[in-house]
Design a protein around this ligand. Structure first.
Ligand SMILES: Cc1cc2nc3c(=O)[nH]c(=O)nc-3n(C[C@H](O)[C@H](O)[C@H](O)COP(=O)(O)OP(=O)(O)OC[C@H]3O[C@@H](n4cnc5c(N)ncnc54)[C@H](O)[C@@H]3O)c2cc1C
Length: 458
């Protein structure tokens, strides 16, 4: 639907005095356009030995396998994952807004698996970190010397009363946190823009992948209805379980202005409790604190279109295997208990964990994983060599918040919630939405993912 936009925008770029070939060269030089310009990272090698098992072959697991293959002289790597397909999940938002076709966001897992990795197509049911072995569903027990824990996260649809994975789309209750769900959302959104009515958008109270995604689909609905000339027929409301819309101050200011300019009220401290898909009613709880007292006020809203974010947690086997945090903010969802700098498990020093499952205080995005992989891989090799892990991750994550068809607020930040902007975006005002960032998001990040990151490129 929007492919021709690239051409239009490159013309704009030229008008602004930046030659389009140089623009792409600039991105390549910065390592942003990995596929077109950078080389495989081979500046380091080790003859460390040991059987490495990787649980989960998504963004983090496949990238780790590729990186370890390139850095180890004699790699012995087994990867366990049941999936037939590798999804570029950031593309789900763009399917739900008609920018991508569904077939553009996935490839056969077989084609993504790095050569030299032993792939066991199975699910892990448990880990015994004392005896260093894994229990699989169909292949019995598998021993390891070193473990890379990257099974992503578990979506707990049922924690929204009235919802299961199978009900997605029923009663116009939609979610882009699922491949089919994103396709249903696009259909429903187009219909909603025609019929008009009340649209409700929610995030959730647990840590969730891409904290920006619920905001993106809300803002894209707004812009889509403007483009259809039906914005005055819809009323949009955003509900967040948090006490603020976004917690990175450098970007929050502009985001709040955008919601205000677009006339989308923000409701704070509100959790979606359940959905009655038959009557199209969303059941909420407003949770406020007065001193030590927690005041819960239930309320119900009618809707015509609902986009909700389901609660998420570490997969059950992580909790059951005693690998998750048992105290602190990350304990309730059992995110893996790793050191936030080294990504090494706090209790078992032959385990590293990264990606969505890792219990670290940053955003769960593939952009973050791109920075975590070299740190986790080098530290794992140090452990294999009997050395202390020395590489440190600063919490870098990026969340490109699509604010309309043509602009993205490119939020890049670190553990301290300070902006951590990548070149060449340091040359523009990143506290505001930019169309250069839209080009990056729509045209470059996907090839970077499939051809760059998953192949062990920087
Ligand atoms: C709607 C949406 C929008 C997003 N937008 C962005 C964005 O704009 N920018 C960005 O950077 N990120 C974005 N993300 C987040 C990004 O996609 C994730 O952070 C990233 O995919 C996580 O990678 P992972 O390897 O940790 O998990 P995944 O990629 O989910 O992979 C987990 C793998 O583990 C396997 N697995 C699961 N359980 C088991 C088991 N028991 N045994 C063996 N294998 C198992 C699965 O089959 C899967 O292959 C978005 C995500 C969504 C859903």
């Amino acid at each position: 639907m929007m492919k021709h936009e690239l051409e239009k925008q490159l013309e704009e770029l030229e008008k602004k005095g930046i030659d389009r070939r140089n623009f792409f060269k600039l991105l390549a030089a910065a390592g942003i356009l990995t596929t077109f310009g950078t080389e495989k990272v081979k500046a380091f090698s080790s003859n460390a030995k040991g059987k490495i098992v990787i649980i989960g072959g998504g963004a983090a697991g496949i990238s780790m396998a590729a990186r370890l293959l390139s850095w180890l002289d004699e790699p012995d790597i087994t990867l366990i994952d049941p999936s037939d397909r590798q999804f570029y999940q950031p593309g789900f938002t763009l399917i739900a807004s008609g920018v991508y076709q569904p077939d553009e966001v996935w490839k056969n897992q077989e084609d993504c698996m790095p050569k030299g990795v032993k792939w066991i197509k199975d699910s892990v049911a448990g880990v015994d970190p004392v005896w260093n072995q894994i229990t699989t569903v169909n292949n019995g027990k598998i021993p390891y010397d070193f473990l890379v824990l990257t099974p992503g996260l578990q979506i707990n649809w049922e924690k929204v009363e009235g919802i299961t994975h199978d009900t997605l789309g029923v009663g116009n209750a939609n979610s882009i946190y699922d491949f089919e769900g994103a396709q249903k959302t696009w259909k429903a959104l187009q219909e909603f823009a025609k019929t008009g009515g009340r649209g409700l958008y929610t995030d959730t109270y647990t840590k969730h992948k891409c904290g920006g995604a619920p905001k993106k689909i809300c803002l894209l609905t707004d812009d889509y209805t403007r483009k259809q000339d039906t914005r005055d027929k819809v009323k949009l409301d955003y509900f967040t379980a948090s006490h603020e819309l976004y917690d990175i101050p450098y970007f929050t200011k502009r985001l709040l202005e955008i919601y205000d300019e677009r006339n989308i009220p923000i409701n704070l401290n509100v959790r979606l409790k359940g959905v009655d898909t038959a009557t199209k009613q969303a059941h909420f709880e407003k949770i406020e604190k007065k001193g030590d007292e927690k005041i819960v006020t239930p309320f119900v809203k009618d809707y015509d279109f609902l986009h909700f974010t389901p609660p998420m947690s570490a997969p059950d086997f992580v909790r059951e295997s005693g690998l998750g945090w048992t105290e602190g903010k990350l304990a309730a969802e059992a995110w893996v208990m790793v050191d936030k700098n080294t990504l090494v498990h706090q209790k078992y020093s032959n385990i590293v964990s990264l990606g969505d499952v890792a219990g670290i205080p940053t955003s769960k995005t593939s952009a973050a994983i791109r920075k975590q992989v070299p740190i986790a891989a080098k530290n794992l090799i140090s452990l294999m060599e009997g050395k202390e892990p020395a590489e440190k991750y600063n919490g870098y994550a990026a969340c490109p918040i699509v604010t309309d068809y043509g602009h993205v607020l490119l939020c890049e930040f670190d553990y301290d919630k300070n902006p951590d902007i990548s070149f060449p975006f340091t040359m523009i005002d990143t506290s505001k939405e930019q169309w250069l960032a839209w080009l990056l998001k729509v045209y470059m990040l996907k090839p970077m993912y499939f051809y760059g990151m998953l192949n062990g490129y920087a």
